[in-house]
Write a protein that binds this ligand. Structure first.
Ligand SMILES: C[S@@+](CC[C@H](N)C(=O)[O-])C[C@H]1O[C@@H](n2cnc3c(N)ncnc32)[C@H](O)[C@@H]1O
Length: 480
């Protein structure tokens, strides 16, 4: 055994002489350890606790694998520490080579056999990587075989917020009180939106930005009733940091747009938008209206040919079915298996009515938001500081048809013509890369990754883009 023991009455300290990692245990356990009588589970416990005897490395059946929480290149290892902080450590080219062998299919013995650096150095490095302080390497007691490593590493998740049940969600004062210093943070740290993640040109949207791509699709769908010769009057509701507006104003030929209006409840968001876009952009006048869209001024009525509303309706009030007095909505919801405590997107219904009032004849409105797989709205647990409610697009579409719209709901992916097999850098890998390169937040697809030189970093995990987008839906409304 490769350890020394300090006995202190009932306790024992076991020290790994290779690494100096110590573990204190009851004397009875220490005696058994000394006699080499500990069980497989106890051995795993030691592995988990970051204490390893040399013999572990001589066992045939341990297969190390680098977790998705670390990336490395020839001289640097970057990984998540115990408190989710990101740590950068220098490594030698030899040790970085060893990391590349840790793929879950080669045993520790085999790795040791094929490396030329002193074994003690490898043991020390392995111990460091395997310790429960770090998330760098896990030891499998079996070959990875056909197991999918993306499913293999559970248990390291971003924490979810909890919300007290409420009879009505309302974010009016939340957005009104956002300070100017916080608007950027809203999209980088607190929550984010798909249009923000795709605000730059990307291979995901065939080298267009979200705004550019959306405008092109919507423009093609507009019918001849809208006089396209004099250009469109566009309204964007809740424009966030203004990236969609900026893309549209930058790239659409200016004769296609006669004016662009943004209505936002948050003065701070409006200030950020105005700073970015200005009051005339590309020759097109841009107007900013500080208002809750649900009671916007009458001067806005019947004025717009195109209305865009990305990820705003989950912020509008929702009430429980129990509070809902609209009998038509109640009976539809009940027939869709809603329970009395489930939420109804009452603010989103109001918005649909408002869209009818704001649109010119023949005009169209585009609404996007996220929904649950079973469609029944829930308060999102992604943010703890305000209460967004997912949207039931089935009820919304029915409601829109009833007030006279021609409406069509579809998934955001198919609406935006996004291919299903696209992979993007996983959130963990993104944060690791961001810590090295100071990247701005956004989806990075495999194709885009190739064009960025990530200085030989390995183990950059990719995940399906559909994992993020599959819950997002769109509603296209035409005022007939
Ligand atoms: C989640 S952000 C979405 C921003 C942007 N559309 C995007 O996709 O990135 C919600 C935006 O809607 C605005 N907003 C929230 N409630 C609103 C309301 N009732 N009326 C007008 N704007 C509202 C917020 O100030 C913010 O700009």
């Amino acid at each position: 055994m490769n350890a020394i023991y300090d006995i202190d009455n009932n306790n024992m300290i076991i020290t790994n002489v290779l690494t100096g990692v110590s573990y204190s245990c009851p004397a009875a356990f220490g005696d058994r350890y000394k006699a080499g009588e500990f069980s497989h589970d106890e051995r795993l416990f030691f592995l988990h606790e970051g204490f390893y005897a040399k013999d572990i490395y001589e066992l045939q059946n341990f297969y190390p694998i680098v977790t998705p929480y670390a990336i490395w290149n020839e001289n640097c290892l970057v990984y998540f520490g115990k408190n989710d902080d990101i740590i950068k450590t220098e490594v030698s080219a030899d040790l970085s080579f060893i990391l590349s062998l840790c793929n879950g299919n080669i045993s520790i013995c085999e790795i040791l056999d094929c490396c030329e650096i002193p074994k003690e150095k490898v043991y020390e490095f392995m111990n460091f990587c395997i310790s429960s302080e770090n998330q760098i390497i896990k030891l499998l007691s079996d070959k990875l075989g056909n197991r999918n490593i993306d499913n293999f590493f559970g248990g390291y998740t971003f924490s979810l917020a909890s919300h007290n049940p409420v009879s009505k969600t309302d974010n009016d004062s939340y957005y009104r009180n956002l300070s100017e210093d916080n608007v950027e943070r809203q999209f980088t740290d607190i929550e984010t939106t798909i249009s923000y993640m795709l605000r730059n040109r990307t291979s995901i949207l065939h080298n267009k930005s979200y705004g550019e791509c959306l405008f092109k699709i919507l423009y093609n769908k507009m019918e001849s009733e809208v006089n396209q010769n004099i250009g469109l009057s566009i309204l964007e509701i809740g424009a966030g940091l203004g990236d969609v507006a900026l893309s549209i104003l930058d790239t659409a030929p200016s004769h296609r747009i006669c004016d662009y209006t943004i209505c936002d409840i948050s003065a701070s968001m409006l200030a950020a938008q105005r700073n970015k876009i200005g009051t005339v952009h590309n020759g097109i006048p841009v107007q900013y209206i500080h208002n809750n869209i649900l009671n916007s001024p009458t001067t806005m009525l019947k004025r717009y040919d195109l209305i865009i509303c990305n990820e705003v309706i989950a912020d509008l009030p929702s009430i429980t079915l129990k509070q809902c007095s609209n009998e038509v909505i109640r009976s539809k919801a009940t027939s869709m298996n809603y329970l009395e405590g489930d939420y109804i997107n009452i603010g989103a219904f109001e918005l649909i009515t408002r869209l009818w009032e704001l649109l010119s004849s023949g005009g169209i409105a585009f609404v996007s938001e996220y929904s649950e797989s079973d469609n029944i709205p829930q308060i999102s647990r992604v943010m703890g500081d305000h209460q967004e409610t997912s949207i039931d697009f089935r009820l919304l579409e029915d409601f829109a048809n009833e007030i006279g719209f021609h409406s069509l709901s579809s998934s955001l992916m198919s609406f935006m013509e996004i291919e299903h097999d696209i992979s993007v850098v996983s959130p963990h890998a993104f944060f690791l890369l961001q810590s090295v390169y100071g990247l701005n937040k956004g989806f990075i697809a495999t194709q885009d990754l190739e064009s960025i030189n990530f200085l030989g970093y390995q183990n950059i995990k990719m995940v399906a883009l559909s994992m993020f987008l599959r819950h997002f839906k769109t509603l296209l409304l035409q005022k007939t």
